[in-house]
Design a binder for this molecule. Structure first.
Ligand SMILES: [Zn+2]
Length: 414
């Protein structure tokens, strides 16, 4: 068997002249050591083609909706052309020259597709808050609990064939049932459907760069900055950051953390190596109210970092996998400490509004309290205000985004 690995990435070609984009599709094979595959001169990765890029559409009119369907159909058609030579060979096998001079009957089978989440969304024909591997509902993306049914695109297509009424928009009930049944699927738009000997949801692979470095780490850095600000530890963090000494394999950051504007994979990987130490230094000597939250924040960050380190092992045993599971669970159990920094603009506005309203009511009431009791009542008010504020944030904020969910698939893959 020759596992085929496909890759695609829609890229902006230049920032200088106009809005030029390219959408290349590459392939390589799985029976190559990754050191050879990643060497630029080895020709291990071949360009298969450039996909057509449709013009960008606004989300409004009916004509645009039609155009969107045509675009999806075109894309699927192009992929059918690209995959056509593969299907015959995957079914019957094909004689292939091997490196040892022998000719063998080989079965090239599509085994993985490497792409970022938005690319997967387009190619799998799913909504942007859906998982390409399983049917997790959007409101459960941030939770650890539960195992969700794997996606079965063949079942979705069968369902469509058996329910022709889905095409007319007037059948609301049928449509609602369909959406229920398929969880975030755009109908018939999966370009991988129909590949021979391939289970479509298995094409998605865990991806350290997009899921962790550019995904969770980026989010986590925002939470940590919020946390440091709340506890007035930003300066301590920056000082520790700037004092990092050089050591082999570690690239000393030249700028203060807050001055770094571009965070790419390399910087994020570097950050993962020193973040916990810097944070532990910044959170030294907590006062009595800070002991608990500081410990929780450190545990949360440490769990995610440990998970990341473990996920990079070249081979695993049941023991290392159980460690990974443990770290992921611990991360989910402690991440609530950062929930208030997941606050959306709308919630922030609501919270400000609520605070203003409370203060106005208080000012009126305070006039009726004798001056000697005013100080006590002010303290009580502040406490109540904080409680209400936190309650609002906890009810309105959540961790439901796709990258939070995707780490739960690392284990299945190993
Ligand atoms: Zn999933």
């Amino acid at each position: 068997m020759v596992p085929i690995i496909g890759m695609s990435d829609q890229t902006n070609l230049t920032n200088f002249s106009g809005d030029k984009k390219a959408w290349p599709v590459y392939m390589t094979i799985g029976n190559l050591p990754s050191t050879i595959r990643n060497r630029p001169g080895s020709m291990a990765i071949l360009l298969l083609g450039l996909l057509p890029i449709p013009p960008k559409l606004a989300k409004s009119s009916r004509a645009d909706k039609l155009q969107r369907l045509i675009n999806a159909d075109t894309l699927r058609g192009v992929f059918e052309l690209i995959f056509a030579p593969l299907n015959g060979a995957a079914r019957e096998g094909a004689p292939i020259d091997c490196a040892d001079g022998k000719i063998r009957r080989c079965f090239p089978i599509m085994s993985g597709w490497i792409a970022d989440h938005m690319e997967n969304v387009t190619l799998h024909g799913i909504k942007s808050n859906a998982c390409p591997k399983c049917e997790v509902p959007p409101e459960e993306l941030g939770s650890r609990a539960g195992h969700h049914r794997a996606r079965d695109y063949a079942r979705y297509e069968r369902y469509e064939r058996e329910n022709p009424s889905l095409d007319s928009e007037t059948h609301d009930a049928a449509h609602a049932r369909y959406t229920n049944e398929t969880h975030g699927i755009k109908r018939g738009q999966n370009v991988f459907q129909g590949l021979v000997r391939v289970s479509t949801p298995d094409l998605h692979k865990p991806d350290m760069l997009h899921t962790i470095y550019l995904g969770l780490f980026k989010h986590m850095m925002d939470w940590i900055q919020g946390f440091l600000k709340k506890h007035a530890r930003q300066q301590a963090f920056d000082d520790a950051w700037k004092a990092l000494p050089p050591y082999p394999g570690f690239f000393v950051p030249k700028k203060a953390y807050r001055e770094v504007t571009q965070w790419q994979g390399k910087e994020m990987r570097n950050l993962g190596r020193c973040l916990l130490g810097v944070l532990a230094v910044a959170l030294r000597q907590p006062d009595s109210t800070q002991v608990q939250p500081f410990r929780r924040a450190l545990t949360c960050v440490r769990s995610l970092l440990d998970f990341t380190m473990m996920a990079q092992y070249r081979s695993h045993t049941p023991e290392t996998i159980s460690y990974m599971e443990e770290y992921a669970t611990q991360f989910h159990e402690t991440k609530d400490i950062f929930l208030e920094f997941r606050i959306s603009k709308r919630t922030q506005e609501k919270a400000d509004e609520l605070r203003k309203e409370l203060r106005r009511q208080r000012a009126q009431m305070r006039e009726r309290v004798p001056p000697s009791q005013r100080r006590q009542s002010r303290d009580d008010d502040r406490e109540e205000e904080n409680d209400q504020h936190m309650e609002l944030i906890h009810s309105e904020s959540n961790f439901n985004f796709v990258k939070m969910h995707l780490i739960s698939h690392f284990r299945d893959h190993i």
